[in-house]
Design a protein around this ligand. Structure first.
Ligand SMILES: [Fe+2]
Ligand SMILES: [Fe+2]
Length: 217
């Protein structure tokens, strides 16, 4: 059997390989006006995603009996609530009404599904959201920050200093959970399948996201 630590490292690499060139939400080669609109759209949808992350973690906490993992979740919930408020405020500063935005149905469905997964084993839940999802979202934020740097440096700064460091911590909660719980071949197979399921669903949401942005642009 693969040692849990080695397994977590290998699975992280598999997820990274899945995501190579698959975050289609932003286009590095687009002219600045298009990039600006892509970044704005990310922020609108981001307000919603942060809010739903709060709801999701609240729903999961009672279904995480492993105390060592459970103890980390209220801190994450608090971070996501703060991210929601920070992003919402920034959207208002940019002259938009964040409450007027209608979330993309595909993102709504993704969060509804995750909330409904509350009764699944901790290993699967945390493989999906914290390990696969939040690791990918860190990558996504890195790209967003790099692209926003020249177009909207204040927003780039907000993401870099007030959001991204927390998201790296959330991804680490996922690694911690898997290192503790993926300690048999069966558990490792379960974690790997959960990541695959999550990655496919996020990728579908990313594609829908880009279609909507392109339609508006
Ligand atoms: Fe967040
Ligand atoms: Fe997060």
């Amino acid at each position: 059997m693969t040692d849990a630590r080695d397994f977590v490292r290998d699975l992280a690499q598999e997820n990274a390989a899945f995501w190579r060139d698959r975050d289609v939400r932003l286009d590095r080669g687009a002219p600045p006006a298009v990039r600006r609109e892509q970044i704005r759209y990310r922020m609108r949808q981001g307000v919603y995603n942060e809010l739903r992350s709060v709801e999701l973690i609240a729903a999961w906490i009672p279904h995480v009996p492993e105390r060592e993992i459970r103890d980390l979740l209220p801190g994450q919930l608090d971070d996501e609530q703060r991210h929601y408020q920070l992003l919402r405020r920034r959207v208002i500063e940019l002259g938009e009404d964040p409450d007027a935005y209608r979330p993309l149905p595909e993102w709504e469905a993704l969060f509804d599904w995750l909330v409904a997964c509350r009764a699944r084993p901790t290993l699967e839940k945390l493989a999906m959201f914290q390990f696969a999802g939040e690791t990918q979202s860190c990558e996504g934020f890195e790209t967003l920050i790099a692209l926003a740097q020249e177009i909207d440096p204040e927003t780039a700064e907000l993401y870099r200093t007030r959001i991204l460091p927390d998201e790296y911590r959330h991804a680490a909660i996922g690694r911690r959970a898997l290192t503790l719980l993926a300690d048999t071949p069966a558990a490792q197979a379960q974690a790997r399948a959960a990541c695959r399921e999550m990655n496919e669903r996020i990728f579908a949401a990313y594609r829908a996201h880009r279609v909507r942005v392109d339609r508006r642009a």
